[in-house]
Design a protein around this ligand. Structure first.
Ligand SMILES: NC(=O)c1ccc[n+]([C@@H]2O[C@H](COP(=O)([O-])OP(=O)(O)OC[C@H]3O[C@@H](n4cnc5c(N)ncnc54)[C@H](O)[C@@H]3O)[C@@H](O)[C@H]2O)c1
Length: 334
């Protein structure tokens, strides 16, 4: 049996619990949230103990793994504590608001040899497996991605200093797929705007963020990529995010989480998604915990760390106006 504790029983914590209960050999032992009612009610549902202080939970419970689903400005510090105690964890993306603490987590994980996963569940989509298969036989020349969104539902994500901005919070999933399918990113240049969402109405609901994002990446393979993201729009736009992968006489259009359209000169093949990627990710994570190794875990911290570094480097580029080399960005802060 794999004994699980969860920190942060909000939107994402709930999504993990809903999938964990479908996995064999998993027992939810403890739930922690600073909202006591939420912690208590969630724990009751799973016949688990509840806590409002995660350090107490770590002290009292004998846990094989901890899911960390608290807000971005604090969860990296909780993950470092969990790793220092030698406990395996699944941490939600984005890892952190700065590169220094993300590196500190990576070093702590290496030192304590714990199994560490990060919530980049899109790697588990069957349409992504299909895209990977097709594109491994066809060199990608260019990627062109977009993430058209509105004001985030969760209030703290609206604030750039808590959520990190659209690229760090959301488009990080697309950047991760760039790397997963095309290869390592060498450098990024970005420019952001603050023109559309600075109205009184936006301020009243706590929106304090960039509203549109344009970035260009160079891959180590020689391929190039664009990504545009925005919080300026309204909810409900059809196919509001996705990536076009372009190879010689081939367009592989990925519609985020739902569909893959493979377009050739004389034929179009469409694949639709049926899997719940969070469930698939959690099955892989639980299996890594049982094995005591994250070498084969698709979303290990080792494999996904640079996706987060690219998102943070994009923010740095937008602020400084400079092209950021990713190796330098990581090693300067090492
Ligand atoms: N992988 C994905 O697709 C995905 C989707 C949504 C959210 N997320 C990420 O998950 C994380 C959580 O986001 P969310 O949308 O669930 O936020 P949320 O605000 O809905 O939930 C956060 C929960 O953490 C609790 N909390 C805050 N501080 C705490 C503390 N010190 N100790 C214990 N509990 C504490 C809050 O009371 C709340 O219940 C974020 O980093 C977010 O970016 C990932």
């Amino acid at each position: 049996m794999v004994n699980i504790g969860l920190i942060g029983a909000g939107r994402r914590g709930r999504a993990h619990l809903n999938t964990l209960k479908e996995i064999r050999d998993v027992s939810i032992k403890a739930i922690c949230d600073i909202d006591e009612e939420l912690a208590k009610n969630t724990a009751k549902e799973f016949n688990a103990n509840y806590y409002t202080d995660y350090e107490k939970m770590l002290e009292k419970e004998d846990l094989d793994a901890v899911y960390i689903c608290t807000p971005t400005n604090i969860h990296i510090f909780q993950a470092i504590k969990v790793a220092e105690k030698g406990i395996n964890f699944m941490l939600e993306k984005p890892l952190s608001l700065d590169i220094e603490n993300a590196i500190k987590l990576l070093e702590t994980v290496r030192e304590h040899k714990v199994v560490a996963g990060v919530g980049y569940q899109s790697r588990y989509l069957s349409i992504i497996a299909r895209a990977l298969e097709i594109l491994s036989e066809n060199k990608v020349s260019m990627v062109n991605a977009h993430y058209y969104w509105t004001v985030p539902i969760i209030p703290w994500i609206r604030k750039r200093e808590l959520g990190g901005g659209q690229i760090v919070d959301q488009s990080t999933h697309l950047i991760d797929l760039f790397r997963y399918i095309v290869g390592e990113i060498e450098s990024v240049y970005a420019a952001y705007s603050v023109v559309a969402r600075s109205t009184e109405e936006d301020k009243k609901i706590g929106f304090e963020n960039w509203d549109s994002y344009a970035l260009t990446v160079k891959f180590k393979t020689g391929s190039v990529g664009n990504l545009s993201g925005t919080y300026a729009l309204f909810p409900g736009i059809k196919d509001s995010s996705g990536i076009d992968f372009i190879a010689r006489e081939l367009l592989v259009r990925y519609i985020h989480g739902s569909r893959l359209e493979v377009m050739m000169r004389d034929e179009i093949i469409v694949y639709t998604e049926k899997l719940n990627p969070t469930l698939e990710m959690n099955k892989d994570f639980i299996s890594a915990v049982k094995k005591g190794s994250d070498k084969d875990l698709k979303v290990s911290l080792e494999k996904t760390f640079r996706s987060h570094a690219v998102a943070l480097a994009a923010n740095k580029s937008a602020i400084t106006g400079k092209v950021i080399d990713i190796d330098e960005f990581i090693s300067k802060n090492d």
